[in-house]
Write a protein that binds this ligand. Sequence first.
Ligand code: IPE
Ligand code: IPE
Ligand code: MG
Length: 251
Amino acid sequence: MDLKEHIDEKKLPRHVALIMDGNGRWATQRGKERIFGHEHGVEAVRDTVKAAAEIGISHLTFFAFSTENWCRPHREVETLMDLLVQAIKNETPELHENGVRLNAIGDLESLPEKCRRSLEEAMETTASNTRLHVTVALSYSARWEIVNAAQKIARQVANRTLQPDQVDEDVFVSAMETHDIPDPDLLIRTSGELRLSNFLLWQLAYAELYFTPVFWPDFRKKHFYQAIIDYQRRERRFGKVKAEALTTKNV
Ligand code: IPE
Ligand code: IPE
Ligand code: MG
């Protein structure tokens, strides 16, 4: 039986975030340079987007490049940026045809000009699509995002458009990069690493975490569906008690 048939369409996560990890190790295992792994990671992104669109997930976020990744060897960073421009150019027409809206979060100002331009073009082209909202986190780190949000709020307080005691969770959420997307319900990280590496620390507060040993270049639809099935077996309580426990006897 197809894995997809085990998925309950009524219990889909609204937003799935992915930490695409293991490209370097995948390449090293094959006696190749790390960048070979990054090149093969593009296919995994394509498959994941298709998998999500097929079952009707509305939001996907990919962690593509962290603030800390700037500290990698210059050549790897440069090739990664070129690869990114290439991937955006190659993939945007098909994404657009399939109703996918592309967006980016992170310190986009720090990206090379060619990268920023191709991103802006892709975002503009796909702006009115509604089937699936794909966000790419680039030059992103959660601590950068939180500090940035705090600065925005501080400016509003300084110019008296906001009172200090009006600063609540909603104000914070609207100052975050992700202000127009719901929090992730499910986080998938590939390559067996069991950490968040500075990704969406605020937004993942109540996400279900799923770790797989599969290296990102090998990640395919079936792995995505396995993660969704695993997610659907979990009980999300958000700090409350189990729904069934709330009988008249117990309340
Ligand atoms: C993820 O793969 C891609 C990026 C972080 C850009 P890595 O490049 O981190 O691969 P490993 O973790 O070293 O194997
Ligand atoms: C996290 O992976 C960043 C991305 C996937 C873009 P890293 O490979 O940079 O994280 P660490 O160094 O293993 O924590
Ligand atoms: Mg890594």
